[in-house]
Design a protein around this ligand. Structure first.
Ligand SMILES: Cc1ncc(COP(=O)(O)O)c(C=O)c1O
Length: 439
């Protein structure tokens, strides 16, 4: 295969490896809202890395906290031992989420957070005397990471199709909530679509609630391209779950930690899920860290049996890793002292107005936004789905902007430290990239 030796060995994740190795895009360093590429160009990071660096890159406070931590305690086992900063971080995250009685289970990624939440849901029902509650309900187009639990409840066909023999049995999917006829170019939450939540009642009737453990959804679907929940939809899902004793899991790996201008989307939408997964922005992605916020009643129900025995057989070597924990404390300090979540809320209309000004540009078929996230769909080439978005992405990158694309959707989710001018400039760069597509 014609590929540079230097790039041969790394089999890259979620990447067109052959194309990439012939057209490498290598990042040399990052500072603030910008990446420096190895060829010397500076590009605005329009996606906060992968939705995970709200403070921009290498923020001084977080760098210093990690450096101090590694010199003092590089690793501490969290099986039958512990370190204080992980305990204080757990309480801090519960307070930050405005769920001070919650318990927090630490993991190392969004995928692990999802698998952990699914396991907690199963264990809870078993401990609660309802072991037949094992079915899980996800949603079409949902992304819940790459673990086997996550792809089972996830709804992105290409992530699932090769692995069906390994997937969890007993999983159903709610319909996704995007509809081009009824909600194209909605600003924020679409007015149409609350009735789609009633599909959950249909599944409950089909299977009986006594067989259903949990519903897992992203409050706003991120990876599928900023699919925003219709007004009233999440509340309707919450009500149906409550009525039937089904646990509601919000996967907030993207929406958690400020992306919607509130600490969590649960807060933004004023809904109380039973479990919330988080990762990414919680420590600015400097050291892998994720977790699950768990309603105290769920935790309590699992604290049974002799007290010298392990109650929940689950965990990871790196759960509560000291460097990840130190980075999270520093990130939360910086978010609050610099009012960055409020800033994300203030920047949200700037992004909304700029992105919706792309309506009418060549091949644009929809634009969506919520909080500091927005997406534009472009019409696919016939017979070559995804190619147009790659071309737009490459044009933007060559002109100083890193955006994210999946299928034929381009996404912007800039760092919270961005300025209004940077956001407007990024959208103008995207406009030029769209205009370059006229063929
Ligand atoms: C909603 C959601 N859940 C889970 C994940 C998986 O996270 P990770 O890549 O850290 O495993 C992601 C990643 O983008 C996500 O957006």
């Amino acid at each position: 295969m014609d590929e540079p030796d230097a790039l041969r060995a790394w089999w890259m994740p979620f990447t067109h490896n052959r194309y990439f190795k012939q057209n490498p895009r290598l990042i040399a360093s990052g500072k603030g809202s910008y990446y420096q590429l190895e060829d010397g160009r500076s590009v605005f990071d329009g996606v906060s890395g992968l939705w995970c660096c709200p403070l921009g890159h290498s923020p001084a406070r977080v760098v210093a906290a990690i450096q101090k931590q590694v010199a003092n305690l590089d690793f501490a086992p969290s099986f039958q031992m512990g370190h204080s900063a992980a305990f204080s971080l757990a309480q801090r995250i519960a307070d930050f989420a405005k769920r001070p009685k919650d318990r927090v289970f630490f993991v190392n990624s969004g995928s692990e957070a999802v698998d952990t939440a699914l396991k907690i849901a199963l264990a809870f029902h078993r401990a609660n005397g309802e072991p037949s509650r094992t079915r899980m309900i996800g949603r079409e187009r949902g992304y819940h990471g790459a673990g086997l639990g996550g792809i089972s409840v996830g709804g992105i066909p290409s992530n699932r199709k090769m692995f069906s023999p390994l997937m969890m049995p007993g999983v159903d999917h709610l319909p996704h909530t995007w509809n081009g006829t009824h909600m194209a170019y909605s600003r924020g939450q679409p007015a149409w679509g609350v009735h789609l939540a009633e599909e959950l009642e249909r599944l409950v009737t089909l299977h009986d609630a006594s067989n259903i453990a949990a519903v897992i959804i992203e409050p706003m679907q991120g990876s599928a391209g900023v699919i925003v929940p219709p007004e009233g939809y999440l509340q309707r899902i919450r009500d149906i779950c409550t009525r039937h004793g089904i646990l509601l899991i919000f996967d907030e790996v993207i929406t958690g930690c400020g992306r919607l201008g509130k600490p969590f989307a649960a807060d933004y939408f004023n809904i109380k899920p039973d479990l919330i997964t988080f990762a990414k922005a919680i420590n600015n992605a400097t050291v892998p860290l994720g977790g699950v916020l768990v309603d105290n009643a769920i935790y309590e129900s699992l604290m049974s049996g002799p007290s010298h025995l392990i109650e929940f057989f689950h965990g990871y070597t790196y759960s509560g890793h000291p460097l990840a924990v130190a980075a999270a404390h520093a990130t939360l300090d910086e978010l609050s002292e610099s009012n960055l979540i409020e800033r994300a809320a203030e920047l949200s209309p700037v992004l909304e107005n700029a992105m919706h000004s792309l309506r009418g540009e060549p091949n644009v078929t929809d634009i969506r936004n919520l909080g500091l996230a927005a997406a534009v769909d472009v019409a696919p080439y016939s017979g070559a789905a995804g190619l147009r978005a790659i071309q737009v992405f490459e044009h933007a990158l060559n002109n100083g902007l890193y955006v994210r694309y999946t299928a034929d959707t381009l996404v912007l989710a800039p760092p919270f430290i961005s300025t209004p001018t940077e956001i407007k400039t990024a959208v103008e760069t995207l406009r030029k990239a769209l205009q370059a597509q006229v063929k």
